[in-house]
Design a protein around this ligand. Structure first.
Ligand code: UT7
Length: 329
């Protein structure tokens, strides 16, 4: 019997410190009105000094495991998507998160696909499971984006938030409980649209003043490309699978900007009931944004087993992707 990959459970973790738009008015030349009007964001949450991405991810992952009914010993692989890892290079946040959950002697690694991270994770998990390599995979989008923000740059620091979303991907023999299709792509010629510089060309060995490592974004250019790319990418995956907008229970886009979500949603003719929006509460939590939004509709009792979801994301790299999947719980 054919085995399909299936999203068995979803969970998230939101750190406790709520930051309002008005809090930025005290440190920057900005306003609650500008942020709401241009982005839809009202609040975001920041992790505390002693919380890192692996801590946020571990909280979400523990709940996702509980909801899947599996034990830590059942997990064959842990993959974390993050642009804000605990450590630069090594150890991976996936290794740290595994240790925090008590998962040992299993493979664990991070991927770097910025805000498209969760779609990339789904693609990897689906391939690993459907090739027969693994049975149960823990995938986690975990971000302490606040650790790479420049709080002097009003064009970026007001947009992002911290958080984590986790899912257990297992197997099913039922196609209507499976991950139907995942499409991922990238174009590195736009590498400088969104970046967190590690070193600038001007930096010299042993130079006393190191280059800033803060997130930088060409916001307006990214905005335009995001709307165009997301719309065509979503149209393509729906056409390939012979699925129409009316067939989708929930369209869950990456939560970067309400104007992007509305523009894409309108072009694809989704109703407001179909489009899941959480950007007003959490801001842009990068790789965590889609699983956090999915968890919101799950916890509100709206997402039920067998519901068909369409996900799409766009982020640094540039990377993008979309996924069509049933909720396999
Ligand atoms: O998650 C990965 C993908 N990310 C995205 O897709 C984000 C895409 N970009 C965006 O969401 C939007 O481009 C932004 C929200 C970042 C900016 O909105 P915009 O409508 O594209 O504004 P803009 O960059 O064209 O800037 C318009 C004005 C500028 O002032 P001037 O030059 O017209 O005087 C900015 O300096 O708004 C100014 N501005 C601000 N003003 C008050 C930029 N940030 C702020 C701010 N408060 N926080």
């Amino acid at each position: 019997m054919k085995k399909y990959a299936s999203l068995k459970s979803i969970a998230s973790y939101v750190p406790s410190r709520c930051v309002k738009n008005s809090d930025f008015e005290e440190i920057l030349d900005t306003s609650d009105e500008w942020i709401r009007k241009r982005t839809g964001i009202q609040t975001r949450y920041f992790a505390s000094d002693d919380e890192n991405s692996s801590d946020l991810g571990a909280r979400a992952a523990k709940l996702a495991l509980e909801r899947s009914g599996l034990d830590v010993q059942d997990i064959d692989l842990v993959i974390v998507a993050t642009l804000s890892p605990d450590y630069l290079g090594m150890p991976s946040s996936a290794c740290l998160l595994s240790a925090k959950l008590g998962i040992r002697n299993k493979p664990a690694f991070d991927i770097s696909a910025a805000c498209s991270g969760f779609i990339y994770l789904l693609s990897l998990a689906k391939s690993f499971i459907e090739s027969g390599a693994y049975e149960n995979i823990l995938i986690v989008g975990a971000e302490k984006v606040s650790s790479v923000l420049d709080f002097k740059d009003r064009s970026t620091c007001v947009l992002f938030g911290d958080g984590a979303g986790a899912a257990v991907i297992g197997t099913t023999s039922e196609k209507n409980k499976s991950i139907l299709d995942v499409h991922i792509s990238s174009d590195g010629t736009y590498y400088d649209y969104l970046l967190t510089p590690r070193s600038l060309k001007e930096s010299k060995f042993l130079q006393e003043k190191f280059a800033p490592q803060y997130l930088q974004m060409k916001g307006n250019e990214t905005f335009k490309l995001a709307v165009k790319t997301l719309t065509s990418d979503v149209k393509e995956i729906m056409k390939k699978n012979n699925i129409f907008s009316k067939d989708i229970d929930f369209f869950i886009p990456h939560q970067a900007n309400l104007r992007i979500i509305s523009a894409v949603g309108e072009q694809l003719k989704f109703s407001s009931e179909q489009v899941v929006v959480t950007v007003e509460k959490y801001g842009n939590t990068s790789a965590a944004s889609i699983p956090m939004a999915m968890n919101d509709i799950y916890e509100n009792g709206r997402l039920n087993g067998g519901d068909l979801m369409l996900l799409d994301a766009f982020g640094g790299g540039l990377t993008w992707g979309s996924a069509l999947l049933y909720f396999g719980a």
